[in-house]
Design a protein around this ligand. Structure first.
Ligand SMILES: C[S@@+](CC[C@H](N)C(=O)[O-])C[C@H]1O[C@@H](n2cnc3c(N)ncnc32)[C@H](O)[C@@H]1O
Length: 150
């Protein structure tokens, strides 16, 4: 992914590392202060729990910072699946460890971290085996607190 990104020659800097530890480093060394926007497309599905990630994002924002991301929603929660209703997170079958998240759980994590939902849209995130559309939800959160000192 980083090699592909480097080939585009559109990025000022590319940092490779685990999000939870790399985010504060990026804010300090690359930007020298709070970030305005964090964009994570098809990344949160690799995190089982989202509390730590949301807190790490807020920590590099000042009030008003925006966090845009996609999740694979736990759609069954909207119907009558008792299993999914009871769980905030459902592990997806397959080789890579991926998770679906219940939207109410995502919202609760956002609020706990000090962010509010500005927009929430359903979309098709990818096509399984290049054929079957997979529903995703796009969310835009706004930070209500200042996580990083100016
Ligand atoms: C399906 S790809 C999405 C790529 C992304 N949309 C882009 O344009 O670069 C998932 C990405 O999430 C990254 N990822 C998964 N868990 C991560 C973690 N704990 N810390 C940092 N990156 C992670 C993977 O390395 C991979 O680059």
């Amino acid at each position: 992914m980083v090699q592909q990104a480097r080939k585009t020659e559109i990025y000022d800097a590319l940092v490779c590392g685990d999000l939870l530890t790399a985010l504060p480093h990026i804010a300090q060394t690359e930007f020298g202060g709070p970030c305005d926007l964090v964009l994570a497309a098809d990344v949160l599905c690799y995190f089982e729990r989202l509390e730590g990630l949301m807190a790490a994002v807020v920590a590099i924002f000042k009030s008003g910072g925006l966090f845009a991301f996609s999740v694979e929603p736990c759609v069954e929660a909207l119907t009558d699946s008792a299993a999914c209703k009871a769980d905030d997170v459902v592990e997806l079958p397959g080789n890579a460890t991926r998770y679906k998240h219940r939207i109410e759980y995502v919202q609760a994590c956002a609020e706990l971290a000090g962010m509010e939902i500005v927009a929430c849209r359903k979309t098709i995130g990818r096509y399984a085996k290049s054929i079957t559309p997979v529903p995703y939800t796009l969310l835009l959160l706004r930070c209500r607190v200042s996580g990083m000192a100016m």
